[in-house]
Ligand binder design. Structure first.
Ligand SMILES: Cc1cc2nc3c(=O)[nH]c(=O)nc-3n(C[C@H](O)[C@H](O)[C@H](O)COP(=O)(O)OP(=O)(O)OC[C@H]3O[C@@H](n4cnc5c(N)ncnc54)[C@H](O)[C@@H]3O)c2cc1C
Length: 274
């Protein structure tokens, strides 16, 4: 697929009112390869095939060649998602100003199937899905509270109260829009953290779409990222020792492993043999 031909025409829909759209970009896989070759010019002759070179770079954390690219997205997301998004400092952002413009009445109301109870295992996360009736009630409550705060916003605007003051009534699920420019290094870092299952579902949806876009824009980088970063795991020293003991036939339990319960469970879920 030719990225140049398609990017201008597609706004990928996310959630109820959100989207991601590519505004502009610079470079491709070969820009990364060319930047890297400056380092390797007369040196290692083995590192010669473009695809393999990109794999080599990511595998060894030689990330600066990925910085010779750039991509600008136009993102529409709820304020609480944007707040997590802009924590990624190695990027440039320009957000719509609600001091200047009036916000449209567009709020994120989660699907019933994504409304869960509080996780007991992960203090930051969602637990199991609620039964239909409870989820429906929660969704209604969110919609009601959201609508009430937006009515207050409209009322204040109607009374000619300054937009910068009126806007403080709107809820965190109100949609905002921003331009976001990153290089490929920062983009894959964002995707690694935010497409991961530990990230909040609502930002995950955007990060997963960014991964799809990366695949079209930089296919070699995408494949190397999936192989060496996204679907790879980092093992601690003790984890490696536990695996070595297991391979020698030792019976391993959490108690004799030297790992915490969480680490032990992580290791089990990766290898399914402990
Ligand atoms: C699952 C999850 C939960 C989170 N929970 C919380 C939370 O509860 N509270 C909270 O405040 N944040 C939270 N965050 C945000 C998190 O701490 C990071 O701020 C965010 O993920 C951005 O990552 P980053 O700093 O690596 O990226 P960037 O800001 O883009 O930085 C990229 C890299 O540049 C380097 N860098 C940038 N700035 C500095 C600096 N000042 N000093 C040294 N090196 C620097 C680092 O190597 C960094 O990894 C959470 C993130 C995730 C993914």
């Amino acid at each position: 697929m030719n990225f140049k031909l398609i990017y201008k025409h597609i706004a990928y829909k996310i959630h109820d009112h959100g989207f991601i759209r590519v505004v502009d970009f610079m470079g491709d896989d070969f820009s990364i390869v060319n930047a890297a070759r400056i380092s390797y010019k007369d040196g290692t002759k083995k590192i010669n095939e473009d695809k393999n070179l990109i794999k080599y770079l990511l595998r060894h954390g030689h990330t600066s060649p990925f910085e010779h690219t750039a991509i600008t997205f136009h993102v529409k997301a709820p304020i609480f998602v944007a707040r997590q998004w802009i924590r990624h400092r190695l990027s440039s952002t320009n957000e719509i100003s609600a001091r200047y413009s009036v916000l449209p009445e567009e709020m994120y109301i989660p699907d019933e199937k994504t409304i869960c109870n509080q996780s007991t295992k992960n203090m930051q996360g969602r637990g199991s899905q609620l039964d239909k009736l409870k989820a429906k009630k929660a969704r209604k409550e969110i919609a009601k509270a959201t609508s009430k705060s937006f009515q207050a916003y409209k009322k204040l605007l109607g009374e000619d109260i300054a937009r910068e003051i009126s806007r403080i009534t709107v809820s965190l699920n109100t949609y905002t829009e921003f331009y976001w420019t990153v290089n490929a290094h920062a983009l894959i870092h964002f995707i690694r953290l935010r497409a991961d299952h530990h990230a909040q579902y609502e930002i995950q949806a955007y990060a997963i779409k960014l991964l799809d876009i990366l695949k079209i824009w930089l296919p070699f980088t995408h494949d190397a990222f999936i192989e060496y970063v996204f679907n790879a795991e980092t093992l601690s020293k003790t984890m490696i020792e536990v695996l070595q003991r297991k391979l020698k036939g030792e019976h391993i339990t959490q108690e004799n492993s030297g790992l915490s319960k969480r680490e032990f469970n992580d290791l089990q879920s990766i290898f399914k043999i402990i």
